[in-house]
Ligand binder design. Structure first.
Ligand code: FES
Length: 104
């Protein structure tokens, strides 16, 4: 049976950046609001010490604030140098105004 853990209210995702950093099972996770579709990946950029929640979100992609590496949020795939590693993705469920992530 899947176990889902509440991590945030929808309204907590910044309307300015479209992102929110949360902690899920001890890991930093970034939530994204892709025009109503909520997605989640690891928050720490695999290239360095940067929080993707501080990055620039556009067209389903997040640009890292440190060296401008870009990831496709839905697939987790890197889109351009210097990033070469996929982001870990998390299953998301939204019920009423609460965002849940699946327990690992
Ligand atoms: Fe993200 Fe370098 S830390 S691209």
């Amino acid at each position: 049976m899947d176990i889902w853990k509440p991590v945030a209210r929808l309204a907590e995702i910044s309307p300015d950046t479209g992102t929110l950093r949360v902690v899920h099972e001890g890991e930093a996770v970034c939530l994204y609001d892709l025009q109503g579709e909520i997605c989640a990946t690891q928050d720490r950029c695999p290239h360095g010490n940067a929080s993707l929640a501080d990055g620039y979100l556009e067209d389903g992609k997040i640009e890292c604030p440190l060296h401008q590496g870009v990831f496709d949020i839905r697939s987790g795939k890197p889109q351009c140098p210097p990033v070469t590693t996929d982001l870990r993705r998390y299953d998301v469920r939204v019920e009423a105004d609460t965002v849940y992530l699946k327990a690992q």
